[in-house]
Ligand binder design. Structure first.
Ligand code: PEP
Length: 249
């Protein structure tokens, strides 16, 4: 990767955890945090555990974030959580448009961009997730799908793009144990980088996500346009997650 971009390794706990399990995981992360130097590390936890994450991680080198955000500021939106509410819990990061939200909750690329705008308005950094399905890839449409997903985000302009992060997560690699090869991932990251550069944001970080583990992290991070990782399953084990963060060279 380009050393001018600070590396970032982010965990996505998805809908896992409990107060007791999180205590073990957070304690493990804190105990090993010192061996991860020069890389930003953060965990995106379920909403009910934001207070627990804040209490454990405040003052540590590990940041915390949320997995979704409402496009609305306040009002009759039962079940939704606003940007200001996340800011109340010291949240720095928020995932926008994870593929599970696009697939299971019908989030459109326009809504995802609106979520990014809501996050930025409250001083949070959106992590905008994009990625193609296996059917898209097999049909030779990976780049056109990603371009469609990126378009409303790119339209936000260079200032906004400089304050967000893109995560490329091929849907076929998420939770499947099947990782994109470093070459496959780099090809898409270069495509995303070129789009960002055309919009004046060539230094925006682009993370890779999809079955990242300590064993495959270093070869992915060696690619010039991969600036870190968004990690699901492997983020639930402190040692494994820290090993991934430590593999960023
Ligand atoms: C994710 O949830 O964003 C993810 C990449 O999951 P996993 O690492 O388990 O594939």
């Amino acid at each position: 990767m380009d050393q001018s971009r600070t590396r970032l390794v982010m965990g996505n706990w998805k809908m896992h955890g409990s107060l007791a399990e999180n205590t073990v995981l957070l304690d493990g992360l804190l105990a090993g945090a010192a061996r991860v130097q020069g890389t930003q590390v953060a965990v995106c936890v379920p909403f009910p555990y934001l207070a627990q994450a804040r209490q454990a991680l405040v003052g540590s080198p590990i940041g915390w974030g949320a997995q979704d955000i409402s496009t609305h500021e306040r009002g009759a939106y039962t079940g939704e959580v606003s940007a200001a509410m996340l800011a109340d819990f010291g949240v720095s990061w928020v995932l926008c448009g994870h593929s599970e939200r696009r697939a299971l909750h019908g989030e459109t690329s326009r809504q995802v961009a609106e979520k990014a705008v809501a996050a930025l308005g409250a001083g949070l950094a959106p992590v905008v997730c994009v990625g193609e399905t296996l059917a898209d890839r097999d049909a030779g449409q990976a780049e056109s799908i990603i371009a469609e997903q990126l378009a409303p985000v790119l339209a936000l302009g260079a200032d906004a793009l400089a304050r967000l992060v893109i995560a490329y997560e091929p849907v076929w690699a998420i939770g499947t144990g099947r990782t994109a090869t470093p070459d496959q991932a780099q090809a898409v990251h270069a495509f995303i980088r070129a789009a960002l550069t055309r919009h004046g944001a060539g230094q925006t970080r682009v993370l890779y996500g999809g079955s990242v583990k300590a064993a495959n992290a270093a070869s992915l991070f060696a690619q010039p346009d991969i600036d870190g990782a968004l990690v699901g399953g492997a983020a639930l084990v402190a040692e494994e997650f820290l090993n991934i963060a430590a593999a960023v060279a």
